[in-house]
Design a protein around this ligand. Structure first.
Ligand SMILES: [Zn+2]
Length: 325
C-alpha cells in the first residue's frame, strides 16, 4: 500500500499528487516565498507570476510576501513613522486585493528593521532564517546581487540579496541562530531548503540576464491594481525622486497603461522579442539546485521563446556535476 501523505489531516488532492510527483512529502502544497526590501517591490517583480500560480493550482499553492524593512524612508514630506504606517496600510490593501499572505519581518524582539539601516542590525540573518524555516517554501524569490561593481544598488535590495544568499545554507542547520531564537532548534527536524531565484532589479543597469520569463499579460491589469495600492509611492514619492521614468498617474485607470509601459520597457532592456508582458527570474545555486523538468512542470505560463532554457539547462548540469551529483 502506498503511504498517503496528509496536510492538516486532510487527504492530498489529486492535483497535489500530480503536481508534487512525490508521495512521501509531509507538506504537499506548493509554497512560494517572496523576500524583498520594501513595500511595493513584490508588485513590480513577481506578483503576476504568483497570481498565475494561484490560477493554476488554486488552494494548493500558498503565497507569502515577506518585507524586510519598515519603509520609513520612502517619502519626502512625511516623517519616518508616518511613512512607515501609511506604507504598511498600502501593502495590507494590496495583500487583501491579491489574496496573498503578507508579513513584515521583525527582529527577535518583534521590532521591524528601519529602511536603509538593515545591515546595521545583527538580528537580520537570524530573523530571516526563522521566517524561512517556519514557512518552508518550495521556491524563494529575492533580489539579485550585481556581478558588476559598476552597477548602482539600493542598499536595502543589496542587503536582502546578500542575506538570503548568506542564510541559505543555514536553513537546514537547526542550531544556527539559537542564541536569538532558543527554541529554533526545536526537535531538530530536517527543514527543506528551497530553490532560490532572483527577481528583476532595475538597479542592475544593463547587466541583467534572465533564465525564466513568465507571461503575465492576462493578469497585468490586476498587478497594476495591486501596485496602485501603493499610492504614496506612485503619486508622491517616485515622481519626486524621479528615477523610474514615471509621470504622476491621475487614477487607477490611468495607471494601468502606464504600468504596462513599465513592463514593456523592461522587456526591451532584456531584449525579449516575443509578444506579451513578462516577469523574469534567474535561478541561483544558493539553495537547492532544481532540475529542468521540475521548473518546466511547476512554473505557470513559462514562455519558451522569451526564456533562455538551453543556457539554464547547461548551467544546472554544470552545477550538479561540480557538486558530484
Ligand atoms: Zn525596493
Amino acid at each position: 500500500m502506498v503511504a498517503v501523505a496528509r496536510t492538516s489531516g486532510r487527504p492530498v488532492s489529486p492535483v497535489a499528487w500530480r503536481h508534487r510527483g512525490c508521495y512521501f512529502r509531509d507538506q504537499v502544497r506548493m509554497k512560494l516565498l517572496f523576500v524583498h526590501a520594501h513595500f511595493d517591490d513584490y508588485e513590480f517583480t513577481a506578483a503576476g507570476t504568483f497570481e498565475l500560480w494561484h490560477r493554476k493550482l488554486g488552494e494548493e499553492v500558498e503565497r507569502r510576501v515577506l518585507v524586510c524593512t519598515d519603509g520609513g524612508a520612502g517619502h519626502h514630506r512625511m516623517n519616518r513613522e508616518e511613512t512607515a504606517q501609511r506604507r504598511l496600510r498600502e501593502q495590507e490593501a494590496s495583500a487583501r486585493l491579491g489574496n496573498f499572505d503578507f508579513r513584515l519581518l521583525t527582529d527577535s524582539k518583534g521590532v521591524a528593521f528601519p529602511e536603509a539601516r538593515l545591515a546595521t542590525s545583527p538580528d537580520f540573518l537570524p530573523s530571516l532564517w526563522r521566517e524561512i524555516r517556519d514557512f518552508e517554501p518550495d521556491y524563494l524569490f529575492c533580489p539579485p546581487i550585481p556581478g558588476s561593481t559598476l552597477a548602482g544598488v539600493h542598499v536595502d535590495h543589496l542587503n536582502v540579496a546578500e542575506a538570503v544568499r548568506s542564510v541559505a545554507y543555514m536553513i537546514n542547520v537547526p542550531h544556527a541562530f539559537t542564541l536569538e531564537y532558543p527554541d529554533g532548534g526545536g526537535d531538530a527536524r530536517p527543514v527543506r531548503t528551497p530553490v532560490i531565484l532572483n527577481t528583476y532589479d532595475g538597479y542592475m543597469a544593463g547587466e541583467h540576464g534572465h533564465d525564466l520569463a513568465i507571461e503575465i499579460t492576462e493578469v497585468a491589469d490586476l498587478v497594476a491594481d495591486l501596485a496602485w495600492c501603493h499610492t504614496s509611492q506612485l503619486t508622491e514619492w517616485l515622481p519626486w525622486v524621479d528615477r523610474h521614468n514615471l509621470s504622476t498617474p491621475a487614477n487607477a485607470a490611468a495607471w494601468r497603461p502606464q504600468f504596462r509601459d513599465v513592463v514593456a520597457r523592461r522587456k526591451r532592456a532584456l531584449r525579449i522579442e516575443v509578444q506579451g508582458l513578462f516577469e523574469v527570474f534567474l535561478v541561483t545555486a544558493w539553495g537547492t539546485v532544481p532540475r529542468m523538468e521540475q521548473l518546466i512542470r511547476d512554473f505557470p505560463a513559462l514562455s519558451a521563446g522569451a526564456s533562455a532554457l538551453d543556457r539554464l539547462a547547461a548551467r544546472l548540469d554544470e552545477w550538479r556535476a561540480s557538486s558530484g551529483e
